[in-house]
Write a protein that binds this ligand. Sequence first.
Ligand code: MLT
Length: 268
Amino acid sequence: MRLAYSDTRHASILVLLHGFPLSREMWVEQLASIGPLYRVIAPDLRGHGQSESPSGAYTMEEMADDVVELLDRLEIKQPIVLGGLSMGGYVALSLVVRYPQRVRGLILCDTRAAADTPEAAKGREETARHVLQAGSGRSMIETMVPRLFGKTTREKHPQRVEVMLAVMERTSPQGIAGALRGMAIRTDRRGDLKRITVPTLVLVGEEDVISPPAEARELAASIPNARLEIIPAAGHLAPYENPAATNDAIVRYLHHLDWPAIPLRAPS
Ligand code: MLT
């Protein structure tokens, strides 16, 4: 008897890159809910979580190369779906532009393609110096919190803010400084967006004040095959703040991406 079968071996591998100064722990809800459906890999970018924190500026290109090195180490040859939030989005853009053959789909969350303005870059350098001198990122993190989380999360789920605060406080001063200095010198990727041909999902928290919905709309409009989804009741950390809506958007996107690739085979 030759049985008919479905084979999901083409199903997506999803790689998720966290924001600054967080770690893969921000994807806890995606690992839990999407992990059983697809293979989900969430690395700690250099300087964050349990990865090493070398000295110097961490360019987005170096961070993207680290991710490619991880894929090679895991012997992942098939093109992946790459998602990145904020700084993770800058890294994802660097990776997709420089290694287009490694990526079959792109998810950009609460991020932008533009480089820092000279004022913003100067501010990052001052913060990096201050964090290294103080030997702690605490004061920087405290000023970031009101802008990182949406009003809804701050008012209704303060305990969720506390969990991420603890994650951020575990990031070393050297890791914080390296990422700040790397983001300050990052390449403006706006000119590259039209070359991104893979299906792209742009996600943004409706309460994001760091990379707000208007900017996400512009980003989606600049990428040829992109769709925008606004995540309600969430700020800059939309996947963490409203995981149900985010996971739903990601799974719908992945389903569409995989549907044509899953072969329905009749007995031969
Ligand atoms: C992030 O969440 O990764 C940061 O807001 C990125 C940035 O500072 O540009």
